[in-house]
Design a protein around this ligand. Sequence first.
Ligand code: FAD
Length: 413
Amino acid sequence: MAPTYDLLIIGGGMVGASLATALLPVADSLGLSIAVIEAQAMPSPGEPYQPSYDARTTALSFGARSFYERTGVWQRLAEHLTPIEHIHVSDKGHFGAARLHAKEEGVPALGYVVENHWLGRVLLDHLRDKGQGAVDLICPAEVMSLTHQAGGYKVEVQSGGDRYECQAQLVVMADGGRSELRNTLGIPYSQESYQQYALVSNVSIDRPHGGVAYERFTATGPMALLPSEPQGYEQRCGLIWTLPEASIDRVLNLSDRAFLQELQETFGYRAGRFIRVGERYHYPLKLTVAQEQVRTGLVMLGNAAHSLHPIAGQGYNLALRGVTDLAETILASCRQQRALGDLEALQAFEQKRRQDQFRTIAFSDKTMKLFSNSNSISALGRDLGLQLLDVSPLLKTLLARSAMGLDYPALRI
Ligand SMILES: Cc1cc2nc3c(=O)[nH]c(=O)nc-3n(C[C@H](O)[C@H](O)[C@H](O)COP(=O)(O)OP(=O)(O)OC[C@H]3O[C@@H](n4cnc5c(N)ncnc54)[C@H](O)[C@@H]3O)c2cc1C
């Protein structure tokens, strides 16, 4: 670890690693020194990738693809991606349904499903291979405290039994939704519990998934089924099943057979017959938004800034747009010979992000609440809405553009 860095990123998760990847192409020419500090051990370089049945997945919007292309990781990432060719939205027990098709929208895919481990691996390998000299990956190591001082932050880091100190002009907190540092720095945030859990698992179906992603609204909450890479001969899909707090323990503890039966009854047979379920994970669902996302020399990014209901698959996609905007802000500061931690520049970045966050959060929060409402007038209204959407090419294109993230800012690095 060096005694000083221009940029220090706390957290080498999907968001922190993406920011370092975005800046890598210009780090050398701008003389930018970057450190990424990650608490968890990373896989050793060259360790073969082991796909696992239980790997958790993320749906990337089509707009994310240009980010990975510009940063030079798309080709490798594409080795383990499943294109989403169709999106099917329906309301169980009601007549409404809407379908979006990549072909109709003139794109090769509406989005892509990737295993989180694979995405993390590709980004970290890229930083290790191409980042030598420009990016220090410090891991496993934990940032214990941050102290504001003239010209940036003093950062206290613990690795094994040792403690180190370094300074950084700009610190980016990409340390996730349970950020301890956010609390110790007294950064206020709003939090609303959905009083629901997301049960996440992989399931196999008895027929090809055909690249269809299902969004299904049921009486107990919304469900998503994402097409994933087959495992051997098995057609695997990623399941996100939203359940009320009162039901989560019961469903988690069902035998596999009883679980598959209940899943089948709840989801129906649209995707085929469910024949296998992997390990089940669960997450309490909350909408959390940091009310202060920048300070002089400090930025919050990814889940540390906002975590949302996963049903619309927007959290990481939103964060990646934040990564792009922050990379552009840092680049502009370097070119204008302005301090990286300059408050005015960071506030302009925050203002831009807030608009996107507001729109994206409103979309996923309102959709979730509308489809969780069992009132018969709401049900009729949303079913008419889905039918109207299904027959209106213009509305479909508008929804598809938003789901695909086609209003992504272009990374001009
Ligand atoms: C069930 C579920 C499904 C989802 N599906 C989708 C989807 O389909 N599409 C989508 O766009 N989004 C999805 N999301 C959202 C997405 O997972 C998050 O937006 C994303 O993981 C946020 O990444 P992050 O890097 O900000 O945080 P994290 O992944 O939490 O990473 C934070 C990192 O910081 C490290 N860290 C923490 N504290 C310190 C410290 N003090 N020092 C050093 N390191 C530290 C941690 O070890 C960790 O590696 C989903 C979320 C859930 C819960």
